[in-house]
Design a protein around this ligand. Structure first.
Ligand code: GAR
Length: 192
C-alpha cells in the first residue's frame, strides 16, 4: 500500500475529494489528515470520513517531533497539501524528496508566494483584470509556491467575476484534476 498524508488548514473540500477518489483503490490509501487550525472544517470532514486527523501547532511542525514521528509511524510515502497555509520545513522536504505536492489556485509563477492563498489570490487576479486564471499542481520545496510545476489547467475570467465566483470555478478544476494527477504521479514514481 502507498500511504498518503493530506495537510490542510481550512475547509478541506479538496482533501475530501481526494479521499473519495481513492476510496476503493487497492494500492493507494489516504492514511491521515494533518491540520494546523483547531477551528478548521477539515477536522469535521476527517471524522465523517473516518480518517485519523492529527492537529499540530507551529512548534510541532518546525522542529522534528510529533509530525515527523507520526508520518514515520504511518509509513507515509507521499504528502499532499490541500489548502495548507504554512511552509513545510526543510527536514520534512529532505525526508520526502519529490514526494510532496501542492495545489495553488492560480497560474504560477503569477499570484504565488507568502500570503497568497484562497480568496486573496482570486481578488488579486480580478483586481489586475486578468482574463484567465487556473490551477497549478507543483512539487514543494523550501519556498512558497516555487517548486517544479507538474500540471496546470486554465479557466477564463470575465469582467463580471467576483472572487467567490472565480473560487468556485477554480475549485471545480481542482476537484477534476488534483486526484488524477496525484494518482498518475504515484503510479509513475518507483517505490522507495
Ligand atoms: C484551494 O483552492 C487551494 O488551491 C488553495 O486553498 C483552497 C483550499 O480549499 N490553496 C492555496 O491557496 C495555497 N496557497 P479547500 O480547503 O476547500 O480544499
Amino acid at each position: 500500500m502507498i500511504n498518503i498524508a493530506i495537510f490542510a488548514s481550512g475547509n478541506g473540500s479538496n482533501a475530501q475529494r481526494i479521499v473519495e477518489y481513492f476510496q476503493d483503490d487497492h494500492d493507494i490509501n489516504i492514511c491521515r489528515f494533518y491540520c494546523n487550525n483547531p477551528h478548521a472544517f477539515v477536522i469535521q470532514r476527517a471524522k465523517n470520513l473516518e480518517i485519523p486527523c492529527t492537529l499540530f501547532n507551529k512548534a510541532d511542525l518546525m522542529a522534528p517531533g510529533k509530525v515527523i514521528q507520526t508520518l514515520k509511524d504511518d509509513n507515509t510515502d507521499w504528502i499532499v497539501l490541500a489548502g495548507f497555509l504554512w511552509l513545510i520545513p526543510s527536514y520534512i522536504i529532505k525526508r520526502f524528496p519529490n514526494r510532496i505536492v501542492n495545489i495553488h489556485p492560480a497560474l504560477l509563477p503569477k499570484y504565488g508566494g507568502k500570503g497568497m492563498y484562497g480568496a486573496r489570490v482570486h481578488e488579486a487576479v480580478i483586481q489586475n483584470e486578468e482574463r484567465e486564471s487556473g490551477i497549478s499542481i507543483h512539487y514543494v520545496n523550501e519556498q512558497y509556491d516555487e517548486g517544479h510545476i507538474i500540471f496546470q489547467a486554465k479557466c477564463s475570467v470575465s469582467e463580471h467575476d467576483t472572487a467567490d465566483k472565480l473560487a468556485s470555478r477554480i475549485h471545480q478544476l481542482e476537484y477534476e484534476h488534483y486526484p488524477l494527477i496525484i494518482e498518475k504521479l504515484i503510479r509513475s514514481t518507483p517505490a522507495k
